[in-house]
Design a protein around this ligand. Structure first.
Ligand code: GLU
Length: 382
């Protein structure tokens, strides 16, 4: 190699080294600034979660248990699981997408199967909902609940919540541990509905299986399937399709802000029992309920509220002892019409409320009056 070529080679190597060094420094600088960007982004996100993203609604999730918080060791076990076993933080964490649609915070009110929801819990829940909805920082409430008695809690809240802000009750038919669990999407929908402006003033709503129903009309119609909840005669009030929440109807009977029922100072609800009507039923059922202290009896009677001669005797005796008697229907659908015989016996008919919801309204009616004529009016208005 001659001197010129040697110098040329040395210069080229130096140039390459310098270029590589510069490029390397550039990469390091980029990595550094990327890191800073990422950590700033994380800081921003954390801040948004802490302080709440101002552009999103603040939704409180009140958890009561049920299958939506249920789990099993087997992902194919959709019946033998333990309901109410996961805490609300785990349930919310299982749907990270919630962060994109609302500032969601959870509160565990209780963690039970809904067959164990009692009057004391209904009062506690209603009082907490009313307290939270008075807060300007709360835009809506979602309540997670077992499906077995979900319609009773939802209808109770529909009658005693004193706010137009959205309240959505949600459950699931499959536990969180199951293949194709329906809880996460149902919860996502519930938060989405509660954050929607149009949901205001519609009373308490229930969502499962992509539908939005009024608490007044929804009922559980199947023991295990994911389409168990139906709003049979009166229809749904809306639907969630993809990211879109659409409303088509609203309940016109009185509810929430228009309701005259107020539980803020009530410590205990009156005992109301449901008696089933069937062939060969006996008067002693009524006698036993009255003796045990029932203040009201709802009869899950046959057809259009038809009662046997024996049952009517028991019911008429109960009425003489100041018990309010409401005829509902075990058919699960339709209106129990008010007849002349109701006036003769001082019975009340339940309109289109099924026995379990007729019981909820009767408990609240009894906080106001024992007069069957006035109670009948409530069934016509709510
Ligand atoms: N019996 C339980 C309950 O109502 C499980 C049913 C359910 O949530 O789907 O909480």
């Amino acid at each position: 190699m001659n001197m010129t070529k040697w110098l040329g080679a040395v210069l080229l190597s130096v140039l390459l080294l310098v270029t590589a060094a510069c490029a390397n420094t550039g990469t390091q600088e980029n990595t550094q600034s990327e890191k800073e960007n990422v950590s700033n982004e994380t800081k921003e996100k954390n801040k948004a979660v802490e302080t709440g993203n101002k552009s999103l609604s603040n939704i409180k999730v009140l958890a009561t248990g049920g299958t939506i918080a249920g789990s099993s060791n087997s992902d194919t076990d959709t019946t033998g699981y333990k309901s109410g076993s996961l805490g609300i933080d785990k349930v919310i964490a299982s749907v990270p997408q919630l962060k994109d649609i609302a500032n969601v915070t959870g509160e565990q009110v209780v963690n039970v199967g809904s067959e164990n929801v009692d009057n004391a819990l209904l009062l506690k829940l209603a009082k907490r909902v009313n307290e939270l909805l008075k807060d300007d920082q709360v835009d809506g409430i979602v309540i997670t609940h077992g499906t077995d008695t979900l319609e009773e809690t939802a209808y109770f809240l529909h009658l005693v919540v004193k706010s137009d802000k959205p309240v959505v009750v949600v459950g699931s038919m499959r536990p969180a541990s199951a293949i194709s669990a329906d809880g996460p999407l149902n919860l996502y929908h519930a938060v989405k509905i509660a954050s929607t402006k149009e949901a205001k003033g519609k009373g308490v709503m229930v969502t499962l299986n992509d539908r939005i129903a009024s608490a007044r009309f929804i009922t559980k119609t199947n023991t295990t399937t994911t389409d168990a909840f139906k709003s049979l005669e009166h229809g749904y009030i809306g639907e969630v399709a993809g990211e879109v929440v659409s409303f088509y109807n609203e309940p016109i009977r009185k509810h929430t802000s228009e309701s005259e029922f107020d539980v803020s100072n009530i410590k205990e609800l009156p005992q109301v029992d449901i008696l089933y009507g069937y062939q060969n039923d006996q008067k002693y059922l009524y006698d036993a309920a009255v003796k045990a202290g029932a203040k009201g009896i709802v009869v899950a009677a046959a057809g259009n509220g038809t009662m046997s001669t024996e049952a009517i005797k028991g019911a008429a005796d109960a009425v003489k002892k100041d018990v309010v008697l409401v005829r509902s229907s075990r058919t699960g659908n339709g209106i129990v019409t008010h007849e002349k015989t109701d006036d003769e016996h001082h019975f009340v008919s339940s309109d289109s409320l099924n026995p379990q919801k007729a019981r909820i309204l009767l408990m609240l009616a009894l906080t106001k009056t024992k007069d069957p004529v006035k109670v009948q009016r409530y069934y016509e208005q709510y």
